[in-house]
Design a protein around this ligand. Sequence first.
Ligand code: ATP
Length: 357
Amino acid sequence: MPDLIMSQICKKYGSVTAVENANLTFETGKLTALLGPSGCGKTTLLRMIAGLEVPTFGDIILAGESIVSKSAEQRKFGMVFQSFALFPHLNVQRNVSYSLRISGVDAAMRRAKAQELLDLVQLGDKGERKIGQLSGGQRQRVAIARALAQEPEVFLLDEPMSALDAQLRGDLQMQLRLLQQKLGITTIVVTHDQREAMTMADQIVVMSHGRIEQIGSPQEIYHKPANSFVANFIGNANLLDGVATATGIRVGETDIAVSDRDEFGAGQRVTLFCRPEAVTLHDTPAKNALPGTVTFVRDEGPIREIHLTTPAGDITAEIPGSFEETVKIDDKLHAILPENLLHLLPERAHDQNEAAR
Ligand code: ATP
């Protein structure tokens, strides 16, 4: 099956630009997560793909053919939304086979297909149950099986797990990902939860204020964010403002060497990015060290988060958790920033002005 492409898609509601110039390719058989804070335009983007909203500008192409003027019914994409409405008066089996009945599939085929899908979502033994007799996670899986019954070319999910508790959400994310890979169905999931996106996606699209900030694999987005918005939105980030040099960046009074300097010219104002788990702490100075004072220690079991103030700005280091209390508030330590794990980003203040628009 061919790729789904969005070309120069814009959506305006009066003076509000919900989506601005989105250019995206959803590869066949892959899962894409649309990720961003509330109001960034993710749902609007998904609804345009579904045919529930008409773009103000741009085209949506499937198999080389524009589908932008087709209705949601004509597109026949599978959909699971935040408030998935199952039919309470029908049992699980009948909920799943409902769309097949509407399309005139005979009873034996409907039953077989529904059973196959229920087996896939691991509810094969719950076909006779009433919807009211299921847990939240089980209902969600019925909604997924029901949406897949018509073998859609594209499967769309809008915050499908937002109503579930953390444990159930984690389990269902894994199950959904395994199911999607098994079926090889092109899937687009809207989420504001970066962990959900990282768990499930082949490709993550990070959005803010209607604009696409970055498109990449979970690894690219995490380890090489395009700007400080993405760096901060995905996981924790150390960001220090400074001036690019021939070998890296000058932050405060310290020169920090950076292997991957990108395209920034010496003298340009830039922001240094480093994940907390890349920072190591030493008693004595070394290359790429910032002298600091410990301001807070947070023990999270597997990791220990240590906050320091340095002349160049605040730094957080994550080190393996330990039973021993080896670091205390007011300790003087050197935060070592490893040259090969640092990146320069466009100056942060610029991003913030952009974000405030
Ligand atoms: P959330 O995570 O809160 O659902 P979202 O990222 O999905 O947010 P959208 O629902 O796509 O965001 O909304 C994007 C912007 O468009 C918001 O500013 C929203 O207020 C606006 N918007 C969405 N739908 C409409 C509408 N029907 N009329 C006017 N403005 C709208």
